[in-house]
Design a protein around this ligand. Structure first.
Ligand SMILES: Cc1ncc(COP(=O)(O)O)c(C=O)c1O
Length: 483
């Protein structure tokens, strides 16, 4: 029996599975003959076939709505559906970006208030909502760093220091700005190695980008010393704030000594992360960098809201105003939770990660054995010694109906299993994951073959991951219908 029906295979001439709604616009003439295709080879299927086809397809997918998704560094938390409903209100979706300011006062007020909230929770002085992704926020931050130093007549600062646990977008953003990268090592505790920083913090350095907490899931306790050193040497301290889920309501980037930071609203603030967007990566800055913020900002003037452009702005970095629907969700999230509940996000995210850490520590190597923040990074080193790779562990988790953690990142941890449970998971869900991971650790000792040949219960077995991403083919091909 065929498990999944593919549309081309079930297409039969004359079958109809769609009904078109009545025309709600005036009908017009068709374009001229030469612009029309003679044949449009669409599949012809009945309604029931079509419903089954899409239902079968939907079952092949895995998402936060399906089950646990502890993909580290991605904060795959559950985002309340009510915020989707709010973002879908016609008062928001039917707006046109070219409408006059006077006619979109509500939208502008929402943007203004969100700017204020994000400024407040990061302890900064101003925020621009323009960037449309975390990496885009990083880019905006670095363009501001360049403009800041050039504005002071210091053109020698062309290097950005990163850490060896940095997210891949960090060096990519530096390259996009045509700046050089210097990589500061982490020490044995997983913190920034201060001696290396000291020796690398020369007059060429424009900024240090620090992910806080780091992709190792660790809060660097010497952040004061780091900020002081960077500032004493004339540099700026930039934050990759994509892991803000760990800090929300507990610590503010401004108070930790950062000059600017980007947030990932699509991780922390109720827009699902993944699937190619849309996202939003606002940049929040200290007073010294306010003039360089990307345009537009929304300002309030005698109870009216309007767009404004900072005097030395790096300019426009996205079409119109950024991803407005993500802003609506972030605003709804912030307002519906309020200060007390926003604080609980980070408390519970950190608690859940430490629960996993404690429970799984006896079974998996823990390279940095200390209290973690929102995620915990294990290593599959013990299992590797028995011939079981971290990839085998990840594939075996699929057989339990669980999404694996991020594997082989951060790069400085061999056989890394970077696990981020997030605050939205219950103890039962965590216990279920722990039980699966324990069984896998036992199988690695006693029955490694089952891991080498995993997954066994999925629609497809082990794939050539590299080929799948390099030669991605998601198009429906009419050719197969004609076979
Ligand atoms: C630590 C860190 N920095 C930067 C990014 C980049 O964000 P984006 O994927 O929105 O560009 C991510 C992505 O999740 C991240 O985890």
């Amino acid at each position: 029996m065929k498990r999944h029906c593919l549309l081309p295979d079930i297409s039969q001439p004359g079958r109809i599975g769609c009904s078109l709604p009545d025309l709600d616009v005036p009908s017009g003439d068709l374009p001229s003959e030469e612009l029309l295709r003679q044949e449009l080879e669409l599949p012809e299927v009945s309604e029931v076939d079509l419903v089954r086809y899409f239902t079968a397809l939907s079952k092949l997918n895995y998402g936060v709505d399906t089950g646990f998704y502890p993909l580290g560094s991605c904060t795959m938390k559950y985002s309340p559906k009510s915020h989707e409903d709010i973002a879908r209100l016609p008062g928001f979706t039917a707006l046109h970006p070219c409408q006059p300011e006077e006619s979109v006062q509500g939208a502008l007020e929402l943007m203004y208030r969100l700017q204020e909230y994000l400024t407040e929770v990061t302890g900064m002085d101003a925020t621009s909502l323009a960037p449309v992704a975390g990496a885009h926020g990083e880019l905006a931050g670095l363009l501001m760093v360049k403009a800041y130093h050039e504005g002071r007549g210091d053109k020698a600062r062309t290097k950005i220091l990163l850490t060896d646990s940095s997210h891949g977008t960090n060096p990519a953003s530096v390259a996009m700005c045509r700046l050089e990268t210097g990589v500061v090592a982490s020490d044995a505790n997983g913190d920034l190695d201060l001696k290396s920083l000291e020796s690398m913090m020369t007059e060429e350095v424009a900024a240090l980008t620090l992910t806080m907490p780091s992709t190792l899931g660790l809060f660097d306790p010497r952040i004061d010393e780091i900020a002081q050193l960077v500032h004493e040497r004339g540099g700026l301290l930039g934050g990759d704030g994509a892991n803000f889920n760990a800090l929300l309501g507990q610590a503010k980037f401004g108070e930790l000594g950062f000059d600017y930071v980007q947030l990932n609203l699509h991780k922390t603030f109720s827009t699902p992360h993944g699937g190619g967007g849309p996202g939003s990566g606002p940049v929040c800055v200290r007073e010294s960098m306010v003039d360089f913020l990307p345009t537009p900002l929304v300002i309030e003037d005698n109870g009216r809201y309007k767009f404004s452009s900072p005097p030395k702005t790096i300019g426009k970095i996205a079409t119109f105003y950024g991803n407005f629907n993500v802003m609506v969700k972030a605003y709804a999230y912030t307002r519906s939770l309020g200060p007390k509940e926003l604080k609980r996000i980070s408390e519970d995210a950190v608690l859940n990660a430490n629960y996993l850490r404690e429970k799984l520590k006896p079974y998996y190597h823990l390279p940095y054995d200390r209290t973690c923040m929102h995620e915990v990074v294990f290593s599959g080193k013990k299992q590797k010694a028995k011939g079981v790779a971290t990839l085998d562990i990840a594939k075996r988790l699929l057989d339990y109906g669980l999404h694996p953690p991020t594997v082989y990142f951060p790069l400085i941890v061999s056989e890394a299993l970077m696990t981020e449970p997030t605050e939205t998971e219950s103890k039962e869900t965590l216990d279920n994951y722990i039980a699966a991971m324990k069984e896998i650790a036992t199988d690695a000792e006693e029955n490694p073959e089952i891991l080498h040949t995993a997954p066994r219960n999925t629609p497809v077995r082990r794939l050539d991951d590299a080929r799948a991403s390099r030669q991605l083919d998601v198009r429906w091909e009419i050719k197969s219908q004609k076979k």
